[in-house]
Ligand binder design. Sequence first.
Ligand SMILES: CC(C)(COP(=O)(O)OP(=O)(O)OC[C@H]1O[C@@H](n2cnc3c(N)ncnc32)[C@H](O)[C@@H]1OP(=O)(O)O)[C@@H](O)C(=O)NCCC(=O)NCCS
Length: 160
Amino acid sequence: MTADDIAIAAAKPAHAAVLEALQAAYLDGPWDEPAWSDAAWGSLLADPTVHVGLAVPAGADPAPLGAFAWRLLVDEAEVLTLGVVPAARRRGLGVRLLDWGLAAAAAAGATRLHLEVADPNTAARALYAARSFTLAGRRRGYYQRSERPADALVMVRPLP
Ligand SMILES: CC(C)(COP(=O)(O)OP(=O)(O)OC[C@H]1O[C@@H](n2cnc3c(N)ncnc32)[C@H](O)[C@@H]1OP(=O)(O)O)[C@@H](O)C(=O)NCCC(=O)NCCS
């Protein structure tokens, strides 16, 4: 499978349980909070300011391999979550999902997209650097789950 065999499809309210399981599979950093519940995903999917894309492979097994959720706040967009299941990483899915979000946020009128990423999350930081996100701030000790709290980096990218 390559990223070209994957479609990015908008999630529907019926995907709440799928998203809970998917997020539980991709959140594997020691800094990560637990996956959001089925009910929490249900609320997000019912919120008109929230947009969720699923990376769905072509073929018989349509189980999604990744997700990207973002919210529009007037003229700004923020990333709520992004992830790809471990078995499907480094095949371009993360960048496909991010590009989907960048295009959708720009089309919705957002002038910039911002996000938070754990300082030690080298994979995500490399992905965001590859898409020209720049550092806008640092929240010290923001991620408290691991033995050593990790800083959050606030990153931003202007949208055309
Ligand atoms: C971050 C994440 C979404 C990347 O997904 P992915 O599908 O593996 O990413 P891609 O294959 O599209 O990679 C695109 C680029 O990002 C960078 N990158 C991705 N993973 C990397 C890694 N482990 N180490 C270094 N660079 C990495 C590379 O520049 C890569 O391009 P290349 O493969 O041509 O070198 C994935 O690792 C993940 O789900 N992590 C857990 C959840 C998470 O941390 N989400 C982000 C929260 S802010």
